[in-house]
Design a protein around this ligand. Structure first.
Ligand code: C2E
Ligand code: MG
Ligand code: MG
Ligand code: MG
Length: 288
């Protein structure tokens, strides 16, 4: 009897695995269609000066709203796209959209686009970036590209050559999710990098005495020694912001404390309001 029960649960397990497999296959088909038929869109999350007076740059984040299943997180569908070998098409779309949207923003606000590990394997990305900039009429100085520590480790050889080319054209290179890749810090000295984005895991349980916060401050010192700019990601509360500012941990802050990711049109008003406010402040200072 025990044997047949075990057999029964084994069958149930297999059925569940089959169901999951079928579901994932269907998701692949649907993703392929979405990529081909314009089913993806892009939202933007601003990076602010730590005092909140200015937006310097916005990160482009891709979105997929599935017709039946609703919003699918990019962490999930980017991985599927990588398995399918179509992630470079998503990168191309996001780059084109991001450059076009950025060209409509006031001042010299920049845009930051995430690259996949697969984009670092193929020199094609150099033309894709040039084309996106050219079509939008955007200067390279306003484009930032984010690569994760993990993807750099996986593709050190080609990645270095690709990033060196991009940077020599004036594109800013950022290391994303910094501090999560179990990497040797010596790579910072060997790669063409301008910015590090400290992962939000360092901010989550932040308090003056916490070891995690001391580690963060150590990373900040190291980065300043290497002339790297520091973005702190995932800042959610005023308390976190206050502590980061007390120890001057960030050049830029990205997180819900300032703004969630928003469509370009919704951000435009905010950007213009900030720009005119700081212009007014400048005029006021001159008058005094
Ligand atoms: P990421 O590049 O590290 O992006 C930051 C993620 O943190 C975003 O999640 C953002 O919505 C989220 N976030 C921002 N502020 C906060 C906060 O205060 N608290 C919390 N809890 N989360 C915050 P999202 O949009 O779900 O993206 C997840 C990841 O998917 C990204 O991590 C990136 O690795 C990948 N991704 C997103 N868009 C693209 C894309 O266009 N291309 C590629 N290759 N990957 C992308
Ligand atoms: Mg990113
Ligand atoms: Mg720049
Ligand atoms: Mg990140």
């Amino acid at each position: 009897e025990a044997k047949s029960r075990a057999k029964g649960s084994c069958v149930a397990f297999e059925q569940e695995m089959d169901a999951r497999y079928v579901e994932r296959q269907k998701l692949k088909v649907d993703l392929g269609e979405a990529v081909e038929q314009g089913g993806l869109h892009v939202v933007y999350q601003p990076m602010y000066k730590p005092n909140g007076t200015r937006i310097e740059c916005c990160e482009a984040l891709v979105r997929w709203v599935h017709p039946e299943r609703g919003s699918i997180p990019p962490n999930v569908f980017i991985q599927i796209a990588e398995e399918m070998g179509i992630v470079s098409e998503i990168t191309r779309f996001v780059l084109q959209q991001a450059c076009a949207d950025c060209a409509s923003w006031p001042g010299d606000i920049g845009v930051s686009v995430n690259l996949s590990v697969q984009d670092l394997r193929n020199e094609n990305i150099l033309d894709v970036v040039s084309d996106a900039l050219g079509e939008a009429g955007l200067p390279a100085s306003r484009l930032h590209l984010e690569v994760t520590e993990g993807s750099l480790l996986a593709e050190m050889g080609v990645a270095r050559s690709i990033l060196t080319h991009l940077r020599s054209r004036g594109v800013t290179i950022a290391i994303d999710d910094f501090g999560t890749g179990f990497s040797s810090l010596s790579y910072l000295d060997n790669l063409p990098v301008d910015v590090i984005k400290i992962d939000r895991s360092f901010v989550r349980n932040i308090s003056e005495e916490a070891r995690g916060f001391r580690l963060l401050r150590g990373i900040v010192h190291l980065s300043r020694e290497l002339d790297l700019r520091i973005v702190v990601e995932g800042v959610e509360t005023e308390e976190q912001l206050m502590l980061l500012n007390k120890y001057q941990c960030a050049d830029l802050i990205q997180g819900y404390v300032f703004s969630v990711p928003l469509p370009s049109k919704s951000l435009l008003g905010l950007m213009e309001a900030l720009a005119s406010k700081s212009a007014a402040m400048l005029r006021q200072k001159k008058m005094v």
